[in-house]
Design a binder for this molecule. Structure first.
Ligand code: NAP
Length: 257
């Protein structure tokens, strides 16, 4: 295990999620723990966690392993989004290389309820193939990074909800809606009715902040094209709540020296 600073356990939280911010806030109260949160830097005006924050990629597994060592990190908590598939693989590998404890904090996905009309697909390419059969007026909520895959679907009208402006040119059949959650059932119903949406496309992000779109789709009887989560990393210890993560951290062996 790397050297801790002044006997405090130094925890890296890989973030970009509400859970990562909540964990950083809870650990800020613990004098024996020093936290640094890491953001990828994708969002222009991110919601920042409390405490020390660094921004930007590490340069793959080797870059992260070097950074962990240089920063005297003792523990890695990967609380990145369920669809951040590359970072979580790199986090396990780099923690392993550096000989550090690693925890994955991943919120549970949503589950279909009575009345839901979910069509589950494994990934974005499968979603683009399936979508034209489900509707003509689309609310696309999968984010800026997957937007380009849907742009060639020129037979559809697409309302694409994104946090930041995408870099690519947007064709006439796509309208951008810049916004960031949380969303309410009332707001989502208004949005879907106003734009005569007949199909919703979403990732299974889970959590309460963006769940209202599913409630609205159910109320309106709309099909939902649900892109499943990427496969979990087999070797990682995973918890689903901030409370569990805090318990796991407090159960780690005491810091040497
Ligand atoms: P990704 O595909 O797994 O990561 C791509 C690269 O971005 C990584 O290889 C790493 O670069 C860098 N990176 C990712 N997360 C990082 C972090 N927390 N701190 C520093 N570098 C990070 O991830 P993504 O899907 O692009 O997501 C990027 C960030 O947005 C994540 O932090 C995630 O929590 C957040 N987010 C993602 C989604 C989503 O739907 N994917 C939704 C909401 C929030 P290097 O290889 O150079 O280290």
């Amino acid at each position: 295990m790397s050297k801790s600073l002044a006997g405090r356990r130094r925890v890296l939280i890989l973030g970009g999620t509400a859970e990562a911010r909540a964990l950083a806030a809870r650990l800020a109260d613990q004098p024996a723990v020093a936290v640094v949160s890491s953001l990828a830097g994708r969002v222009a005006d991110p919601r920042l966690p409390v405490g020390e924050v660094r921004v930007g990629g590490f340069g793959g597994v080797d870059g992260l392993a070097r950074w962990l060592s240089a920063q005297h990190i003792d523990v890695v908590v990967d609380a990145t989004h369920p669809y951040a598939a590359r970072m979580r693989v790199a986090a396990v590998a780099a923690a392993d290389t550096a000989g550090l404890a690693h925890l994955r904090l991943e919120r549970p996905g949503w589950t279909a309820q009575p009345g839901d009309r979910w069509h589950r697909v494994p990934d974005v390419p499968a979603a683009t193939r399936t979508l034209p059969a489900l509707g003509r007026r689309v609310l696309l909520t999968t984010g800026r990074q997957s937007l380009s895959a849907f742009l060639p679907l020129s037979g559809l009208w697409i309302l694409a909800r994104v946090v930041d402006e995408p870099p690519e040119p947007i064709p006439a059949h796509v309208r951008l809606l810049r916004s960031r959650g949380p969303y309410t059932l009332r707001g989502e119903l208004d949005l879907m009715r106003t734009h005569r949406i007949d199909v919703l496309v979403t990732k299974n992000s889970g959590g309460p902040l963006t769940e209202a779109k599913l409630d609205a789709a159910r109320r309106l009887g709309l099909p939902v094209l649900m892109i499943d989560r990427p496969a979990p990393v087999a070797s990682s210890t995973t918890v689903t709540t901030v409370e569990e993560a805090l318990r796991w951290l407090s159960a780690l062996p005491a810091q040497p020296g």
